[in-house]
Design a protein around this ligand. Structure first.
Ligand SMILES: *[C@@H]1O[C@H](CO)[C@@H](O)[C@H](O)[C@H]1NC(C)=O
Ligand SMILES: *[C@@H]1O[C@H](CO)[C@@H](O)[C@H](O)[C@H]1NC(C)=O
Ligand SMILES: *[C@@H]1O[C@H](CO)[C@@H](O)[C@H](O)[C@H]1NC(C)=O
Ligand SMILES: *[C@@H]1O[C@H](CO)[C@@H](O)[C@H](O)[C@H]1NC(C)=O
Ligand SMILES: *[C@@H]1O[C@H](CO)[C@@H](O)[C@H](O)[C@H]1NC(C)=O
Ligand SMILES: *[C@@H]1O[C@H](CO)[C@@H](O)[C@H](O)[C@H]1NC(C)=O
Ligand SMILES: *[C@@H]1O[C@H](CO)[C@@H](O)[C@H](O)[C@H]1NC(C)=O
Ligand SMILES: *[C@@H]1O[C@H](CO)[C@@H](O)[C@H](O)[C@H]1NC(C)=O
Ligand SMILES: *[C@@H]1O[C@H](CO)[C@@H](O)[C@H](O)[C@H]1NC(C)=O
Ligand SMILES: *[C@@H]1O[C@H](CO)[C@@H](O)[C@H](O)[C@H]1NC(C)=O
Length: 490
């Protein structure tokens, strides 16, 4: 589970070679001669065309569906769980059902079928390290965006576990969610380990790791340094969130949509906003990717922010309508260990972004990054990208329900009123499939969970674009399977 032999970065990258060769074989037969939109499109044009085609087909289908009675398409399991909702107050001062979150989680039965809202006392700092077992779906952490509860811990990858060995990246996590249908509203997830010194070993310090599918977070803060948010696996929705970190601070195999979020680098050195992992050599990973819409990117003045670097040969990240501060480096993206980013299947694109860091791209973005057309961008820009119609609900559903086991009625008034209607994106049909079709949409997004995935250690000492050469690290295989043995999502 260790993220890798940190300082081995200058050795050869033999381990990654088979992956790249395989990718080349897979893509070469698909390669069209002409670029679709320039840059990387040259090597991935067929996929783009297919993506657009299926979007058009499914857009019409879903529009039809949502127009009629059939518009309500919440998962049956999910709607059943919402009907049986219970609320427990977690208040260290003893005024609620539980005094800490660990105890509240322990009381949720395996195979839980009810929405369980843990109403976290606003303003409280819960110093707890939490693990939400796959056997306990439908859990909500609710607090107050104006006075959020904070869940904080300070492990890093180098922290020694019970067995005397370093816990690794996965083990460093403050809050690990392996169950499905997680929701959070107005909560701060934090890893407050001291920032790793540039080049230091084992500095990964995850604040939140999402390994279950269909997770939605509203008005939350995910705060840390290196590797803050492990967007590990599954379909995830982030709305009005603040995400802070330094190197690779949003990383993983997730298929996720970030809407109206603020993404902030906390360091003056080089920061890398995303390290999306999607490699064709891992079965099931094909559909993952991060999509950002109407977000803003910035950081410490004088810092240098990369929009992403490729963890795997088919890393996929799209930014649309996003404001980019001057800290975003002109070159924008980094290929990391991928030998030929221009033909590997990496899909890095921007659509209608603005701000000083976006303007720079007109002149200097790396050659294989895409300036997307509207047609190309559409499949990514909206909750349809994560099949949101079947599971994204407004945060207001976290309120109400039956009172906790101690019969202390939770005030419905404390309910977030933020979203009166479901936060699906207006400019796209309710839920068009992005890459395949409606049938295929039923499958979990990214199943890649095992060690075939090569991961290197971020080059935190890299000072600028040219310095990223030093990031050509030796990929050390990391078992991305969960700490729980039951790694397969339902
Ligand atoms: C609903 O729950 C049942 C029982 O746990 C499970 O077998 C089924 O796969 C679930 N359906 C979905 C769509 O998750
Ligand atoms: C019920 O909750 C309220 C507010 O959290 C608290 O003030 C009160 O003491 C609780 N009553 C009981 C019986 O636990
Ligand atoms: C959490 O609450 C339970 C039940 O009151 C208690 O036994 C346990 O010690 C508490 N844990 C922490 C870390 O405070
Ligand atoms: C983590 O926090 C605890 C207190 O909550 C502190 O005792 C410990 O020194 C911290 N560890 C590090 C590495 O900062
Ligand atoms: C963009 O995000 C801001 C909050 O960050 C929000 O106020 C605004 O309405 C959003 N604009 C669109 C077009 O979604
Ligand atoms: C959630 O965050 C958004 C953006 O910061 C803000 O406009 C909205 O008021 C917040 N919701 C609540 C209930 O505070
Ligand atoms: C939709 O996807 C399923 C599963 O991949 C496939 O069997 C089916 O042929 C596809 N249908 C269309 C119309 O592409
Ligand atoms: C990893 O995936 C390969 C190929 O699918 C499989 O053979 C192997 O058993 C998996 N390993 C683990 C630890 O899951
Ligand atoms: C960035 O790299 C260039 C070219 O190697 C070098 O001239 C410049 O001094 C570097 N800037 C920083 C801040 O290290
Ligand atoms: C998750 O829950 C199952 C069922 O109770 C248990 O067997 C397993 O040990 C738990 N996993 C972890 C990592 O706690």
């Amino acid at each position: 589970m260790r993220r890798g032999s940190t300082m081995a970065r200058r050795s050869s990258s033999a381990a990654v070679v088979p992956m790249i060769v395989l990718a080349a074989v897979l893509t070469s037969s698909l390669l069209p001669a002409a670029a679709a939109g320039g840059g990387a499109g040259a090597s991935f044009g067929n996929w783009i065309a297919l993506n657009q085609q299926s979007y058009a087909v499914n857009a019409a289908l879903y529009a039809q569906k949502s127009a009629g009675e059939g518009g309500k398409t919440l998962d049956t399991n999910l709607s059943a769980a919402e009907e049986k909702k219970v609320v427990y107050v977690v208040d260290p001062s003893g005024g609620g059902d539980y005094t800490n979150i660990t105890a509240a989680l322990a009381d949720i039965p395996d195979g839980n079928t009810k929405r369980v809202v843990l109403d976290l006392k606003p303003g409280v700092v819960f110093r707890e390290k939490l693990f939400l077992n796959i056997s306990k779906p439908f859990i909500t952490f609710k607090s107050d965006p104006m006075k959020p509860a904070t869940i904080s811990w300070n492990d890093t990858a180098a922290t020694l576990g019970k067995d005397g060995k370093p816990v690794g990246t996965v083990g460093s996590t403050t809050v690990a969610v392996e169950s499905d249908y997680f929701m959070a509203y107005g909560v701060v997830f934090r890893n407050d380990a001291p920032l790793a010194k540039p080049g230091a070993k084992g500095g990964q310090a995850v604040a939140l790791r999402l390994f279950g599918t269909k997770a939605a977070l509203y008005n939350c803060t995910i705060d840390g340094g290196q590797d803050t948010l492990y967007d590990h696996k599954g379909l995830h929705y982030f709305k009005d969130c603040l995400i802070r970190g330094s190197v690779d601070f949003i990383f993983g195999f997730g298929r996720s949509f970030y809407e109206d979020c603020r993404i902030e680098s906390v360091v003056k050195e080089v920061a890398v906003l995303t390290a999306q992992q999607r490699t064709k050599s891992i079965e099931g990973a094909i559909d993952s990717g991060f999509s950002f819409k109407n977000c803003s990117i910035g950081g410490v003045k004088g810092g240098q922010i990369y929009l992403g670097r490729a963890w795997g040969d088919s890393s996929r990240v799209v930014y649309a309508y996003t404001e980019m501060g001057e800290e975003v480096v002109p070159i924008g993206w980094d290929g990391w260990n991928v030998a030929k980013p221009e033909s590997s299947g990496i899909y890095y694109g921007e659509f209608k972004c603005f701000g000083a860091g976006a303007d720079a791209k007109k002149k200097k973005r790396v050659g294989w990054a895409l300036d997307l057309t509207e047609e190309q961008a559409k499949p990514f820009v909206g909750a349809h990208y994560i099949f949101g119609d079947s599971w994204i609900q407004p945060p207001s559903v976290t309120s109400g329900g039956q009172a906790g086991k101690k019969g202390n009625q939770t005030e419905a008034a404390a309910a977030p009123q933020a979203a009166a209607k479901a936060p699906t994106t207006a400019e796209a049909p309710a839920a068009a499939e992005a890459t395949t079709n409606v049938t295929a949409a039923k499958a979990p997004a990214a199943e890649a969970t095992n060690a075939t995935a090569a991961k290197t250690t971020p080059a935190s000492e890299a000072k600028n674009a040219s310095a990223t050469e030093s990031a050509k690290a030796s990929p050390a295989a990391e078992a991305t399977k969960s700490s729980s043995s039951a790694a397969t999502p339902k």
